[in-house]
Ligand binder design. Sequence first.
Ligand code: 6PG
Length: 472
Amino acid sequence: MASCDIGLIGLAVMGENLVLNMESRGFRVAVFNRTVSVVEEFEAARGKGKNFVFAKSLEEFVGALKKPRRAQIMVKAGAPVDAVIQQLIPLMEPGDVIIDGGNSLWTDTQRREKALKEKGIHFFGVGVSGGEEGALKGPSIMPGGSKEGWAALAPIYTKIAAVAEGEPCCRHMGPDGAGHYVKMAHNGIEYGDMQLICEAYAILKAALNPSAEEFAQIFTDWNKGELDSFLIEITSRIFTKKDPETGKAVVDIVLDKAGQKGTGKWTVGHAIEMGVPLSVIGSAVEARILSSIKDQRVAASAVLHGPAPKPYSGDRAKLIEAVRDALYASKIISYAQGMVQLGAASELYKWNLNFEDIASIWRGGCIIRARFLNRITAAYKANPTLKNLVLDPFFADVLNRTQANWRIAVTNAIGNGIAVPGFSSALAYFDSYRSANSPANLLQAQRDYFGAHTFERTDKPAGQFFHYDWLS
Ligand code: 6PG
């Protein structure tokens, strides 16, 4: 009997937790998995007595859905999503909605949306953030697709999403790939945040060598102020964990080789393609890549020498404060760059993205949730067409106030031979963006010298181009 409000295909960790969340909010949910034994295992372990239909075939799954049918796919991004869609198509009808809740590439979502539209089926690309716990208790949800499809999904998604300041962390982002694009940008920002936290750790470690307990305290203190966020909170907790085998702090036995699944690279690649500087996230992706070539780094460390380690002789509290300010300022730059990227994509694809909505649904449930997103929400509420977050009066003031400490932190790192690509590229962006005059006059002269590429003159109206005969 068609009794289910929604169905979900793919009972891996995220899928399982999402359906439990949906069921706990009063929805009847059909579940299906390609390997049918997974459905049985789920039923036995977590589903017994709950409001689920445990489907043993795709036909049974679709047959259990109320119309318009809502079928959410939670499988690995890429070809597996296309495979499930192809199997669903003959079973669905015009007006039904197929949802992809994975971290799919937005252009795949655009392609799928277009193809399904021809069959009258709404396709939704939905970003879901918050990891396992978020999926279960309330994630941040970023849906992209048609208005009609959204009408069918809104009652469910707004109920299962996290709540921040009394509002669900879920709003319709825009058509076709908008939801997945916003989720990708979220992940890019997540990469940036994580890298910046690691740089703060690296500077303090080299200069002050705090114990794991001291680090836990530093991050706990930071989490009480404007840096208050999920990632700072988990960082403070990480430092409290001891390895039972060695008695050492777990963080000290974790190998320094970072993994990545690809959303960070996608974010940076597309930003560059659109001509948007995304240096902080770019640094974060590159830092992960460099971390992953551990063997080369070990070999190079025997050949290439940095400055001799110099313990910090000044006031420890002052350096900690400087690093905190540098982290906050760099984070603002990273979000500013990310928002500019979203603006460019919105224009390119005519998505009409709403930045207040985006900042507001990132306030809860997702990995980058943070207190300062209230400020970003307020900035776009006050000025929906804000060109760059750094121009918002609140953020401009923070950057102006923290820049002295920001420079102290970066200078300290450079002096100690500690790489801080996130902090320093953020500072370089700040210094470039606020400069009325750049050295690109010389660059234009070089281009004109070797390639007759022409240049505009400071003393003539814009749009007139000149060539100088450099060789004469
Ligand atoms: C989230 C996360 C989640 C995940 C990514 C990034 O929003 O819940 O961003 O999507 O952590 O897969 O993972 P990588 O660090 O492996 O790229």
